[in-house]
Design a protein around this ligand. Structure first.
Ligand code: G6P
Length: 614
């Protein structure tokens, strides 16, 4: 987690560091800091709080310099204090780091014995001390050059763990040295200037050409150019990627919050996921590299992901099993990677991740690959670590999602899973051309109906007045809508800090029913599908215990309204696509409840969008 940035060039680094850090705030925002080199010395500023706090302090007491590094932190080792905020300094070395150094305690012990003084509780400070210890200004022997890069190289041999690392030193002032092991870092190429960031989207408004560093690589960046070396100190020729992302998508575009903008972007985002992949009743999957004979050999599919992506996977299971009849298991990535699952060359692993950088998801995919499985990832970030490690990548093209809580990437992932399910079913020969065309038509129809769902905003805002002071919510759904209940409950928890539980409707009576009283709102998803009658029973059971029921039902349903006071109608959709339609009003509900509670809906406390640590 955490976001790191750097700049070297001909401009004052400080405003650039602040601007790019601001764009990485989704990676953590409990404390921030920058360091710049000016006149052979380091200028450092750190603050507890978000970038605006740091910006304010720089406004009062400016810093400047044309080489600098910055960090926005999501705490792992040590509380969010100024001492624990990055950059960390040892002697004339300043570093920012994203990741976890596993052997930091033993290293710290030895460094303490050598008389080194530590100011923080972080694992990162150990790296700063090691680089300082290994630093000899005139050491010309390192194949990657002298000074800072040699010291970084020696240090990397001593540490174990994960890192994206950026180092500067006024003792070797004309360069920035960066290194990567399992945490992303990119270099943006400008004219006589270079931008470094955890994520390419942060530097989009400055550059279009990007180098993605790979694991084990180290880069030395000077005003004159960039040199990249591999683990064996061999110089590497890197591909330069031209990014097609639109910086306008990174702005709020007139909306009060990014999350609201992203909720409203869903018709466009889903369209961008689907278009280009369907044509004339057929699915064209250029980015899916498995052949029809590969698919026919697949005996089992594992879907894996974390958080919202895991919920998308749970829904994907219904789609894939229902349409292609291939058995699917869905596992949270942090569980899958440690449970030694039965995976072999007849297995397909589908890893879902908005960021493509979630460490547990990447580890699960890698483990599957080692066991011979075929791999496909569903991602929203081009060139992410996950997409680069999987054989096929389905990019959902939802556009940058700035709000920490996922909305549009959830429904876009569902759309990608749907298209994939139809595709697998067709390749396996389970459905014919007509059925394929019908299923494609279903999603095209749903895309037209999503705008109608947006019309529920006002009604839900009104409803939020009644519920924003409640202590807890229960969400019930059945079948394919059970994971939608999980996702709805998670949105409520993330945004409003109200405890919310998602449960399968039929399982309510085995525990959660004890929670129900006149103070507990129960959100029930009751679309007119095969489980509709059962959902009506759920409504009755909650009402019998004085629970307050909020029902999301299908337009034209005249039964539900007789049973519940709060009924919201969504358009009809085919079974596999109801989750897309149902999840949008739940996003509005969480948003408006949180807003009434006066909370930061784009950056809820303690969360980070991209979880690159275990
Ligand atoms: C974090 C975010 C969630 C997200 C999860 C997985 O916990 O706060 O919104 O669902 O990570 O992220 P991924 O990028 O792998 O989808």
């Amino acid at each position: 987690m955490s976001g790191i940035v750097g700049y070297i060039g001909w401009q004052n680094a400080v405003p650039i560091l602040i601007d790019t850090l601001k764009r990485l705030e989704y990676r953590g925002y409990d404390s921030t800091g920058i360091a710049v080199i000016k006149d052979s010395s380091l200028g450092i500023r750190k603050r507890v709080g978000d970038i605006d706090v740091l910006k304010e302090s720089l406004y009062k007491e400016p810093l400047n310099g044309m080489i600098g590094i910055g960090h926005t932190r999501w705490a792992t080792h040590g509380k969010p204090t100024e001492e624990n905020a990055h950059p960390h300094i040892a002697g004339k070395i300043a570093i920012v780091h994203n990741g976890i150094i596993e052997n930091y305690l033993s290293l710290k012990e030895s460094l303490l014995k050598e008389g080194r003084k530590f100011l923080s509780d972080t694992d990162t400070e150990v790296i700063a001390h090691l680089i300082d210890k290994n630093f000899t200004p005139s050491a010309g022997s390192g194949p990657a050059g002298s000074g800072l890069e040699s010291a970084v190289q020696k240090t990397l041999k001593e540490i174990s763990g994960t890192y994206a690392l950026v180092a500067i030193s006024p003792a070797d002032p004309e360069k920035i040295v960066i290194a990567r092991n399992e945490n992303p870092i990119v270099i943006g190429l400008g004219r006589g200037e270079f931008f470094i960031a955890s994520d390419a989207s942060a530097i989009l408004s400055y550059v279009k050409d990007i180098i993605f560093l790979d694991d084990g690589e180290i880069a030395v960046i000077k005003k004159e150019g960039v040199q990249v070396y591999d683990r064996n100190n061999k110089q590497v020729e890197k591909n330069i990627r031209r990014l097609g992302l639109n910086p306008i998508l990174m702005e709020k575009g007139g909306y009060k919050h990014f999350i609201l903008k992203e909720i409203f972007e869903q018709p466009r985002a889903i369209w961008d996921t689907v278009r280009g992949r369907v044509s004339g009743g057929e699915i064209i999957f250029e980015d899916f590299k498995l052949s029809s004979s590969d698919i026919k050999k697949i005996k089992r599919i594992f879907i894996t992901g974390c958080g919202t992506s895991w919920h998308a996977g749970l829904i994907g299971k219904f789609m894939i099993e229902g349409l292609s009849r291939i058995p699917v298991e869905v596992d949270i990535s942090s569980e899958l990677r440690y449970r030694n699952p039965i995976i072999d060359s007849d297995t397909l692993i589908i890893a879902i991740s908005e960021s493509g950088e979630t460490v547990d998801t990447i580890a699960s995919l890698r483990d599957g690959k080692k066991k011979g499985a075929k791999t496909v990832s569903i991602c929203n970030t081009i060139e992410s670590s996950l997409s680069r490690e999987s054989v096929s990548t389905i990019n959902i093209h939802a556009g940058p999602e700035i709000s920490v809580a996922s909305t549009k990437t959830f429904t876009s992932s569902l759309s990608a899973l749907y298209i994939l399910s139809v595709y697998l079913a067709k390749l396996k020969g389970v459905i014919d051309d007509n059925e394929t065309a019908g299923l494609i038509n279903d999603i095209v129809t749903v895309m037209g109906k999503i705008e109608d769902v947006m019309g529920l905003e006002e009604e839900i805002e009104g409803l939020s007045k009644m519920f924003y002071e409640k202590k807890g919510f229960l969400y019930l759904g059945r079948g394919i809508n059970y994971p939608v209940a999980l996702e709805g409950a998670m949105k409520m928890k993330e945004l409003s800090y109200i405890y919310a539980e998602g449960y399968p409707g039929g399982e309510m009576k085995h525990g959660p029913i004890a929670l129900i009283d006149e103070h507990t709102p129960v959100v029930i998803l009751a679309p007119q599908n095969i489980l509709y009658e059962k959902s009506l029973i759920d409504i009755e059971e909650v009402k019998a215990r004085n629970g307050v029921v909020i029902v999301f039902a299908t337009e034209g349903d005249t039964e539900v309204v007789k049973m519940a006071r709060h009924v919201l109608y969504v358009p009809h959709a085919s079974e596999y696509l109801t989750p897309i339609i149902m999840s949008i009003p739940l996003q509005f509900l969480a948003y408006y409840v949180a807003l009434r509670r006066g909370l930061n809906v784009d950056r809820p406390r303690n969360l980070a969008k991209s979880v690159t640590v275990e």
